[in-house]
Design a protein around this ligand. Structure first.
Ligand code: NDP
Ligand code: 8X3
Length: 252
């Protein structure tokens, strides 16, 4: 596929798995994240399969986003596919006990970060009358669960922005899709529980959670449909999960 994709949050989990399947399908890659060592490693490994460039920046820092996108090398400047994936949950606390720094991180990264990146990339898609934006939401954007409050609010915002983008960009032949995963075993829970690996592992104990490749395969399916097909919204659970708080675990 002779296309260029810009993937945020490519250093881990769903973003990294998406980069890998895109590389296998010959999609040129602009890979983003804050961790430079991981970006360098991806440049080496995926660079064997396709053309790769990397950008290290914090999506929640507006100036960093603008400067990074301005610095894209000439041969990568035409972005056909934007994967808005960077994001995390920070903390799991009741509304009365939540840490305001965690709230700010989730709103700044998951919502404002997605907006900053989209704002910088959409104009060239409009100019070319072509483009594809995939927003990674969550089941937390479709329902709320106890102690999920601000993370759920941030993903409800992603759900709303996805629908808004579809309406506002409809005149410009830009496809917009959202994928809303349930539990995927990535570094997500380690970030949520601030490096507590025991607590993080317990989230995925006793059942088969999704893995990052499951979501990456779906993202590739969505972006590889013929140009008249736009899958708008996909909710994807592990078989054992019925809702955010209902998971069938093996009894021992
Ligand atoms: P990971 O923690 O494994 O990956 C998160 C990615 O986001 C990393 O590459 C990280 O890169 C990047 N990122 C985080 N904060 C920033 C920032 N401020 N600036 C730039 N990049 C950032 O989690 P997942 O792969 O699971 O998460 C990917 C997306 O999927 C998120 O939007 C998440 O909300 C969503 N999701 C995850 C689910 C799950 O159960 N895992 C379920 C539903 C949705 P770096 O640290 O290098 O900057
Ligand atoms: C991640 C899934 O259920 O932890 O978005 O919110 S959940």
């Amino acid at each position: 596929m002779n296309k260029t994709a810009f993937i945020t949050g490519a250093t881990s989990g769903i973003g990294r798995a998406t980069a890998s399947i895109f590389a296998q399908n010959n999609i040129r890659l602009i890979l983003c994240g804050r961790r430079k060592d991981r970006l360098e490693e991806l440049q080496i490994t995926l660079g064997k399969l396709t053309e790769v460039t990397t950008l290290s920046f914090d999506v929640s820092n507006r100036k960093e986003v603008e400067n990074a996108i301005k610095s894209i090398p000439e041969n990568f400047k035409q972005i056909d596919i934007l994967i808005n994936n960077a994001g995390n949950a920070h903390g799991l606390s009741s509304i009365q006990n939540g840490d305001i720094n965690d709230w700010e991180a989730m709103l700044d990264i998951n919502v404002k970060g997605l907006l900053y990146v989209s704002k910088a990339i959409i104009p060239q898609m409009i100019e070319r009358n072509n483009g594809f934006i995939v927003n990674i939401g969550s089941i937390a954007g479709k329902e709320v669960y106890a102690n999920g409050n601000v993370y759920c609010a941030s993903k409800h915002a992603v759900n709303a922005l996805n629908k808004s983008m579809r309406l506002d960009l409809n005149n410009y032949n830009i496809r917009v899709s959202a994928i809303h995963p349930g539990a995927v075993e990535t570094e997500f829970s380690e970030v949520r529980f601030k490096g507590d690996t025991k607590k993080a592992a317990a989230v995925y104990d006793g059942y088969d959670p999704l893995i990052a490749k499951d979501i990456a395969d779906i993202i590739y399916f969505v972006i590889s449909r013929p140009s008249h097909v736009n899958i708008e919204d996909l909710v994807v659970y592990p078989t054992a999960q019925a809702s955010a708080s209902v998971i069938r675990k093996n009894k021992e």
